[in-house]
Write a protein that binds this ligand. Structure first.
Ligand code: ZN
Length: 433
């Protein structure tokens, strides 16, 4: 009864999300062959749309497309790198999108280089609708409560990327800012879970891991059994997963995607990662070192198309069938998104996305890495020409004092490149050991 009331209210508030949902929910009933056919049609359509409607892809694909009506082989098209997006962002925006509907989104990405992209409220609504489909793989039903441990505080307060911080009994979503947490905030989250009684939790692997550690240490449990816990945006290691499953008393689901191309793959109840292949086309291209790098094409983003986009992650596509019966193909990530927490005087831990947020929208930055030198000192290694102007540096330092710790000092180091880890991955935040 309460679920139906909440669903009714949610539909009234967010009609755009619910408009997308019925057609999304029909896809899991397709056969694999029908789904593959749909994916091929959508791939060809988005490539032709991009070449026709954007200046960037007209150039990028020049001379590479077969005649109209002939299928397009993905391997015949060039890869889109993050540097292409940084340099050609505006030329990637389709000319037929009304400019007053376009917003700018930011991401720190997994490779430690800030990136911005264009999106519209319609893309955002589709993302949230597809998240509902992803959640439904756990047994969750629309109208049931989801609590998000998510985002920079500015995402959660104010407009809210996913939901609002203040939610009542009739709300089905609640967001708690999860970029900065002390033992006191972990205790407060736990109280909030007991009071608000969500059936799903969704958040950063690191934040959920810390909450699980806290609950395990104090012997706490959610009062209402959870259906599942969704871990996203970061590598979920097996030890972290076991700890969460024990503390939360439910299955932990992994979710893979990024802000610019969300909803790439979702884990099912049988524990397999299913690629949402009606929304994305995922390729695993040999990386020259025996592994594969993941390239993604958004099949739905007609605002700023991402075609064969190099995500900076490695993984495999699996030629197996899952027992759960879903038609979506399977993948395995071997992501190495190493996110160290920042420890500040007094012992609180700060999520590293706060640091990335301080660099959003700054131009000229080609790479960066934060290295914590002491509880009150952070070094910023920066690949940037020309060097940042003194007022910009002062702004970053002020941001550190406001969002990380009032005593935090900034040390700027300009360098030609950022050293990679032994595994060849970029670590954009290195904390104290
Ligand atoms: Zn499955």
């Amino acid at each position: 009864m309460m679920r139906m009331l909440r669903l009714w209210r949610d539909r009234l508030r967010h009609p755009e999300r619910y408009r997308e949902l019925p057609s999304l929910m029909q896809v899991p009933a397709l056969s694999r062959e029908a789904l593959d056919r749909l994916q091929r049609e959508r791939f060809d359509a988005i490539v032709r749309h991009a070449a026709e409607k954007t200046d960037f892809y007209a150039r990028h694909f020049a001379g590479r497309l077969p005649r109209e009506g002939e299928p397009i082989r993905p391997e015949s098209l060039p890869v889109l790198g993050k540097q292409d997006v940084r340099e050609c962002r505006d030329a990637m925006l389709a000319r037929d999108v009304p400019r007053d509907s376009v917003r700018l989104g930011h991401t720190g990405g997994s490779t430690g280089e800030p990136l911005s992209f264009h999106y519209t409220p319609a893309k955002h609504a589709l993302m949230l609708a597809a998240m509902k489909r992803g959640f439904s793989l756990s047994g969750w039903r629309p109208g049931e409560r989801v609590m998000y441990l998510w985002g920079a505080s500015r995402d959660v307060k104010g407009r809210g990327v996913l939901a609002h911080e203040h939610a009542g009994w009739l709300d089905s979503e609640l967001s708690l800012p999860a970029t900065s947490y002390s033992e006191a905030s972990l205790a407060a989250w736990h109280v909030r879970i007991r009071q608000w009684r969500p059936v799903l939790l969704y958040g950063y692997a690191s934040a959920l891991g810390e909450l699980a550690r806290y609950m395990d240490a104090v012997g706490a449990s959610p009062t209402r059994p959870l259906i599942g816990v969704y871990s996203t945006a970061e590598m979920l290691d097996p030890a972290q997963r076991r700890l969460m499953e024990s503390a939360f008393g439910c299955k932990v689901f992994n979710q893979y995607g990024c802000r610019e191309v969300p909803n790439i793959a979702w884990e099912c109840r049988a524990g397999a990662m299913h690629v949402f292949s009606d929304m994305v086309q995922l390729e695993a291209a040999p990386d020259g070192g025996g592994g594969h790098r993941l390239l993604v094409t958004s099949l739905t983003d007609r605002v700023m198309p991402f075609i064969r986009y190099d995500l900076g992650d490695s993984g495999e596509l699996l030629d197996e069938v899952c027992d759960c019966g879903l038609p979506f193909p399977l993948m395995r990530t071997s992501m190495c998104r190493h996110n160290d927490l920042i420890r500040v005087p007094g012992g609180a831990r700060i999520h590293p996305s706060v640091l990335n947020g301080l660099l959003y929208g700054r131009s000229g930055i080609h790479g960066y890495q934060w290295v914590q030198r002491a509880p009150d000192r952070l070094r910023l290694n920066l690949v940037c020409a020309p060097p940042l102007a003194p007022p910009v540096v002062a702004q970053i330092e002020a941001g550190l004092r406001e969002h990380v710790h009032p005593a935090m000092q900034l040390e700027m180091v300009y360098c030609g490149e950022i050293a990679r880890s032994p595994a060849g991955k970029h670590r954009y935040v290195i904390g104290l050991d």
